[in-house]
Design a protein around this ligand. Sequence first.
Ligand SMILES: NC(=O)c1ccc[n+]([C@@H]2O[C@H](COP(=O)([O-])OP(=O)(O)OC[C@H]3O[C@@H](n4cnc5c(N)ncnc54)[C@H](OP(=O)(O)O)[C@@H]3O)[C@@H](O)[C@H]2O)c1
Length: 429
Amino acid sequence: MIKVGLLGCGTVGGGVVQLLRANASYIAARVGAPIDIARVLVRDPSKVRVPELDRGRITTDASAVLDDPTIDVVVEVMGGVDPAREYLGAAIAAGKQIVTANKMLLALHGADLLERARKHGVDLAFEGAVGGGIPVIRVLRDSLASDTIVSLCGIINGTSNYVLTRMRQDGLSFADAVKEAQDKGYAEADPTLDVGGGDAAHKLVVLSMLAFGARLDGARVPTEGIDAVEPIDHAFAERFGFVVKQLAIAKLARDGSALELRVHPALVAKDTALANTSGVLNAVAIEGRALGPCLLSGRGAGDMPTAVSVVADLVDVASAKKSGISGNMTRAIRLGERKLAPMADVETRYYVRFSVFDRPGVLAKITGALGERGVSIEQLVQQGRGTEDVPVDVVMLTHEAKEAAIQAALEVIGKSDYVAHAPRMIRVH
Ligand SMILES: NC(=O)c1ccc[n+]([C@@H]2O[C@H](COP(=O)([O-])OP(=O)(O)OC[C@H]3O[C@@H](n4cnc5c(N)ncnc54)[C@H](OP(=O)(O)O)[C@@H]3O)[C@@H](O)[C@H]2O)c1
C-alpha cells in the first residue's frame, strides 16, 4: 500500500479525494498497490468536506503527516508560500515523494525545492501548478526533451480570460465582468493576483524552468494587468482584426542567450487559436526549433481538471516509489542561470490610443514625437470629430519598434497639452 499525506482539502484537495475514490481500482492496478489517504491536514476540522473523505483521517497537526515514517507521498494542495515551503522541505528531508499544485511556491522557491529533492533522491511533481488539467508540464519536461524550445505563449489565467471575453463579446465593463466572474466562482474575493497578472507570472516562471532550463526563483517578470483595458480598446482591436488577450510570453532573445519573460494584455490576430480561446479556457502555444508550433488547450482550473493532473502525478511518484526508482523525474530537470532580457529591449508592434483635442497640427506633433524615436505608423483611425475642448480618440498601430522607444515617445506625448489623458498602449502579439 502507498500511504499519502494530503496537505489541504479545499477545492483541489476535495477533487483529489473524489478522483482517487472514483478510480481506485484502476489506479491501484496501474501503481501496483492501492493508494491510501492516511492523513489530511486542514485548518478547520469542523468544515464540511467532500463526502468521500474519511473524516477520521483529518488532522490539524502537520507533524502527524511529516513525522509519520509510514507516509510515502506528500500531496500539497494548501497553497501559499508559508508554511507550505517549510512542510515540503521537511517532507523532502524525510525522503517522501512530493506532489504539489502550488505555482506561487514553485515560482519563488521551485529551483531550491528541486535541488533539495535531487539531493534526497525524491521526485517533486507539479503538473497541477500550471494549466489545471492541461498536461503542459509533462509535455515540456518529457515529450519535448529532445528539442530546443524557442518560445511559449499562454493564456494561463482563466479569470482574466473570462473577464476579457465578457467585455469583448457582451460589452461589460471591467468591474461588471470581474463581479460576474466572482459570482460564478471563477474569481477569488480578492481578484488582484489574477487580473493583475501575478498568477500568470508565477505560472510563466514555472513553465520557463522546464522549457528553457532556467533557474528563476523569485524572478521579476515584467507584468501588467488587464484593469486598464477599456471596452473601447476591444472595439478598436476588432476594427483592426484583433482581439485583446492577457498573454504570458517567454522566448529566447534573438541572440539566444537571454530570456524574454513578460505578462501583459496583447492584441492577437482574430483568426488564431489563441484568439479563439475564450471564457475560462487556457491555452499554451509552444514553438520548438525542430517541432515547430504545438498548441495545448483545455480547462485550466477547477477541482476536477486540476485533480486529474495532481492524481496523475501521484500515480507517477507512487509507481516510482514502488519500483525503487524515486528521483528520476527530478533528475530530468536541469536548471542553470539565465539572463533576463530587459523589457526596454523587447521589440514588437504597438496599438496606441490617444485622446486628443482637435487642434491644428496635433497629429503631426504625435507622429513627430514617435518618428523622432524611430516608431513609424502602420495604420491610423480617428473616431468621430472632437473640438478644441472636447477630445476625440485617435488610434494607431505602429510598425515594430523597441519598447524603450515607444515608452519615451508616449511619456513626452502624455505630458503635452493636446492630449486629455495619458495614451493607452497595448502590445501586438
Ligand atoms: N482552485 C484551482 O482551480 C487551482 C488550480 C490549479 C492550482 N491550484 C493551486 O492548488 C492549491 C490549492 O488551491 P485550492 O483552490 O484548493 O485552495 P483552497 O480551496 O483554499 O484549499 C486550501 C486547503 O488548504 C488548507 N490549508 C491552508 N492553509 C493551511 C495551513 N496553514 N494549515 C493547514 N491547512 C491549511 C485549507 O484548510 P481549511 O479547509 O480548513 O481552510 C484548505 O483545506 C493552491 O496552491 C492553488 O494555487 C488551484
